[in-house]
Write a protein that binds this ligand. Structure first.
Ligand SMILES: C[S@@+](CC[C@H](N)C(=O)[O-])C[C@H]1O[C@@H](n2cnc3c(N)ncnc32)[C@H](O)[C@@H]1O
Length: 244
């Protein structure tokens, strides 16, 4: 795994501020209510901002993430004791066919490379009961979001608990749907903490194929958080599928 920003405690402190959740979180919470989910898995749960709000009476919620730093932050969150936190990726999920709902939010699925995607979806399938729901979002490669990840377009400055921060993104490689970019973070001591991330952009048809192979059925792909069917211009896809 590249040296990603989710391992830097100073940057993880800023994550919720930069990603406060809005329509996306409302969608996942409504989905959990709609299907009456009593057991929920949040894969790539990060700081647990959404995960924590899914918990409630009569529900078990499990947050899974391979970043110890993100999980440590999640564990310090008020109410975190109502969630079971697991340090790992999808391979850490119990294959017990017990979950009613599995989600993967904040485009976390885009961190999973082609060599790991089939096993990741298969692990999610094994963790869900028959008829259980998987939902996640992913960016549409046709919109080429990475073209906006330039120093000029992303440069910013702000005060943070770790001091004044200058930050920007820079794409270093694009091949097929694989996009590599550096996040630069310059704190007052002048050192530039550079974190490299790799994201995998996939067409809707590719996800449909992979979901089908992993044992999912009833696959739908929306282009917004309200169920509007996706089209070529959708910025992102919201997938929903049922464990066969
Ligand atoms: C953009 S954050 C999303 C966090 C959270 N789900 C949200 O909605 O804000 C992506 C998360 O995916 C996690 N991640 C990276 N690779 C992963 C993998 N192979 N399996 C599961 N999670 C992964 C990262 O550690 C990070 O916490």
């Amino acid at each position: 795994m590249p040296d990603d920003p989710y391992r830097d405690a100073d940057l993880v402190e800023l994550y919720d501020l930069d990603n406060p959740g809005g329509e996306d979180h409302a969608y996942y919470r409504a989905l959990a209510d709609e299907i009456g989910a009593r057991s929920i898995i949040d894969l790539g749960c990060g700081t647990g901002l959404l995960t924590r709000t899914l918990a409630g009476p009569g529900r078990t919620v499990t947050g899974v993430d391979p970043s110890r730093t993100m999980l440590d932050y999640a564990r310090r969150r008020p109410g975190s004791e109502s969630v079971t936190w697991i340090d790992g990726d999808a391979s850490a999920l119990a294959p017990n066919a017990a979950a009613d709902l599995a989600i993967c939010t904040g485009n976390a699925i885009m961190h999973v490379g082609p060599e790991d995607l089939p096993a990741t979806l298969a692990s999610l399938a094994r963790a869900l009961r028959s008829g259980g729901t998987l939902s996640f979002e992913t960016r549409n490669p046709a919109c080429r979001a990475w073209e906006g990840w330039t120093r000029e377009a992303t440069y910013g400055e702000r005060m943070t608990p770790a001091g004044y921060l200058r930050e920007w993104l820079e794409v270093t490689d694009v091949s097929g749907g694989r996009v590599v970019f550096d996040a630069h973070n310059v704190f007052p001591n002048g050192a530039d903490r550079v974190y490299t991330s790799v994201l995998f952009f996939r067409a809707a048809a590719e996800f449909r194929r992979e979901l089908d192979r992993a044992g999912f059925t009833g696959i739908t792909c929306a282009g917004d958080w309200h169920g509007t069917p996706a089209d070529g211009g959708s910025r992102f896809f919201v997938f929903r599928a049922l464990r066969a």
